[in-house]
Structures are given as structure tokens and as C-alpha cells.
Design a protein around this ligand. Structure first.
Ligand SMILES: CSC[C@@H](O)[C@@H](O)C(=O)COP(=O)(O)O
Length: 364
């Protein structure tokens, strides 16, 4: 997508043909910085400390991490080591394990002498596939936006609420939840997005708002607690969020606060959609609430907020009394019964075992 006049992906191979460049998301929206990852340790830090984040992008970054490992040492021991190191970085987004498994099973078939080059090729293919998956999600989600737009008066926007950042910054390009929005705007459908700020890390305020502004998409930033009120007053036509892991039964794990939005949507008959590529489905898990590990992050993310000071510097400020403890579960699970549909690259599935199996029969 665009940053100024230039088209960017969130990750790409450096001109040296070996290291990997990423957009360092810690500084957005204040500063646009690109950093180069040269080793598995760099990749682990970038994922763990959220220089890159968002389930699909975490997966692609890990795939390139495997390529960096293979360039240094292509033995099976190195493959196991990189799998373990990167798998430990973040526990919830299943795309991480999917990408590591995909890379490992592909590379194990090859002689060691061919692994480094093949790993870079496979990582690049995973990145390209992510772009294609998101574009297909966009086309499928667009049908819902078109239907809502058809019921509106001419020029009246379709109001969409989203939570966290499931935009192009969370993927390689397009985003998942934002793909239908970008395609609707391209088609000339008036859209307006309510952006939840998404405490504690403020991915909505810092990333989604920045993306939408960059693409000229009308949007309004709201505090996380405003969504229910707006839904009660008919201000939201649909909700679209992303997901870090969706179970085979259609339960959706996503950024903390998603569940409350789904409850409010249900109570107000607002359609609640989840956009996801198939690598985000964990076919081994049924009950999301019981089975998905929820990342517990530092309480400092709750007690401090990062922003730009009056003097232009990027600073962290404390928002609570010194010594007050804080809990920081990073994700929650929205049960399938609260979800109107799962927008995938193959179409829109009912959030149920049967709905998912109908779209992905090979998983039977
Ligand atoms: C297309 S991204 C879907 C989710 O990964 C996204 O909504 C989200 O929850 C990201 O969490 P984050 O903690 O910023 O990695």
C-alpha cells in the first residue's frame, strides 16, 4: 500500500540479497523507519518486541527468519533451533507456527546444500501468497459492503467499525479486515471507518488511523468504550476485525476487547464479520476459550502510554499511580455464536465446524 507516493510492502529482501528489511512499527504514526534484520536473533526481537506485529506478518517474518538461519547453517539442528527460537516469541498468533512448520517440512526434503537458496524462495512465496489471500478476502468482503451500500441513500457512507490493526501493516499488503474497505473505496463506494484506539498498545490510533489517512479513507478515531454507544444509535452498519487464531469450530481469538465489541454488535443487530486467511485457522483446536494460549504482556504497556510530546520527541508517560499493579492479557476469544461470518479467501463461511468444512473440504 502507499506511504506518500511510494508503494510499500511491510517486509522485503534487502538489496544485499540476504538480510530482510521491515517497516519498524514501533514509531508509527510519528516516524516512518525501515530497519534491516540480519540474523535469527534480530528476527526474534522484531517479533517479540512488536517491531512487526499482526498474525500474517508475524508468520512471514518468521519464514524469512528461517531463511536467515539456513544461510548461516543449513543442518537439521539449525532448522530445529530456529523453529524453537521463533516459536517462543509470541504464543497466540497461529500463523507463526504455520509458517515455521511450512518452512521446516519444505526444507527437510532438500539436501543441505540447497536449503539456503530454497528457503529464501519459499519465504518470498509465502509473502506473495499473503498478498493474494488478502486480495481475495477483500473481494469476498466487498460483496457485504456492496449489499449494505445498496440499501443506503446516494452518497451516504457505509459505516464500518474495526478494532486493533488488521490492516496492511499487519500483513504484507492490503490487510485482512481492511482489504474489503480499500477495495470498496477503489470502487467508489462511500465508506467511513470507526477506528477503536485499542488500548494498551493503541494499534488503532497509531497504525489503522495512519493507514486509512494515507489512503484517503474517511475515518474517526474512537475510544475503545464508544463502540456500544455508537451501535445503539445506528451509527455502525457492520464490524470487521481480524484474528490471530480461529478454531475449527469458528471461535475467534483477536486483540483484547474484540469480544466486547461482538457482544455489543449482537445486542444491536449489527453484523459482526471476521476477515482471515486460511493460515490463521488452527484446525487442531475446537474450543477457543479453553484451548488458545493468551499472551500476557508487560503491565508497563498499561501503566504507560507512548506518544509525541509537545517538543516533538517520542516519549512514554505514566498514566497510573506508581506501584499500582496492572494486568495485560493481549487477546480474547469471541465465541462463534456471536459472529455473522468468517470472510476467507475462498468465500464467507458460517462460523461453525460445518461452515468452515464446507469451504475447506480437504480439512475433513
Ligand atoms: C490481520 S491481523 C489480525 C490480528 O493479528 C490483529 O487484529 C491483532 O490482533 C494484532 O495483534 P498484535 O498484538 O498487534 O500483533
Amino acid at each position: 500500500m502507499k506511504v506518500g507516493a511510494r508503494h510499500y510492502h511491510t517486509i522485503w529482501l534487502n538489496d544485499d540479497g540476504a538480510s530482510v528489511d521491515i517497516i519498524d512499527q514501533r514509531w508509527l504514526p510519528h516516524e516512518f523507519r525501515v530497519v534491516t534484520l540480519k540474523s535469527v536473533d534480530d528476527v526474534a526481537v522484531a517479533i517479540r518486541d512488536m517491531w512487526v506485529r499482526g498474525a500474517p506478518l508475524i508468520g512471514v517474518t518468521a519464514a524469512y527468519g528461517v531463511a536467515l538461519a539456513m544461510a548461516a547453517d543449513s543442518r537439521n539442528t539449525s532448522l530445529d533451533a530456529v523453529w524453537n527460537t521463533l516459536h517462543e516469541t509470541r504464543p497466540t498468533a497461529i500463523n507463526l507456527r504455520w509458517a515455521l512448520d511450512t518452512m521446516r517440512s519444505f526444507l527437510l526434503e532438500l539436501p543441505e546444500s540447497q536449503r539456503a537458496e530454497a528457503a529464501y524462495r519459499r519465504a518470498a512465496a509465502i509473502a506473495d501468497e499473503d498478498v493474494d489471500l488478502n486480495r481475495s478476502i477483500g473481494m469476498n468482503g466487498l460483496t457485504v459492503i456492496r449489499e449494505i451500500a445498496a440499501r443506503k441513500k446516494p452518497g451516504e457512507p457505509v459505516n464500518i467499525l474495526t478494532h486493533c490493526n488488521a490492516g496492511w501493516l499487519a500483513t504484507v499488503d492490503y490487510g485482512t479486515a481492511t482489504a474489503p474497505i480499500y477495495l470498496a473505496a477503489e470502487e467508489g463506494i462511500p465508506v467511513h471507518v470507526y477506528v477503536d484506539e485499542t488500548r494498551p498498545r493503541n494499534q488503532g490510533a497509531q497504525l489503522t488511523a495512519w493507514e486509512l489517512k494515507g489512503h484517503g479513507i474517511p475515518h474517526t478515531l474512537i475510544v475503545d468504550n464508544a463502540g456500544g454507544h455508537l451501535m445503539q444509535h445506528g451509527e455502525v452498519d457492520m464490524v470487521i476485525v481480524g484474528t490471530d487464531r480461529t478454531t475449527a469450530s469458528g471461535d475467534v481469538c483477536n486483540k483484547i476487547g474484540t469480544y466486547l465489541k461482538a457482544l455489543a454488535a449482537k445486542d444491536n443487530n449489527v453484523p459482526f464479520y471476521v476477515a482471515l486467511p486460511s493460515p490463521t485457522i488452527d484446525w487442531t483446536v475446537q474450543d477457543g476459550v479453553r484451548e488458545i494460549p493468551i499472551e500476557e504482556r508487560s503491565g508497563d504497556e498499561v501503566t504507560f502510554v507512548q506518544g509525541r510530546g509537545a517538543g516533538g520527541e517520542i516519549a512514554s508517560v505514566r498514566v497510573s499511580p506508581e506501584g499500582s499493579p496492572a494486568a495485560n492479557p493481549a487477546f480474547d476469544v469471541t465465541p462463534a455464536r456471536l459472529i455473522t461470518g468468517l470472510i476467507t479467501e475462498r468465500g464467507i463461511a458460517e462460523a461453525s465446524p460445518a461452515g468452515l468444512k464446507a469451504l475447506f473440504p480437504e480439512r475433513r
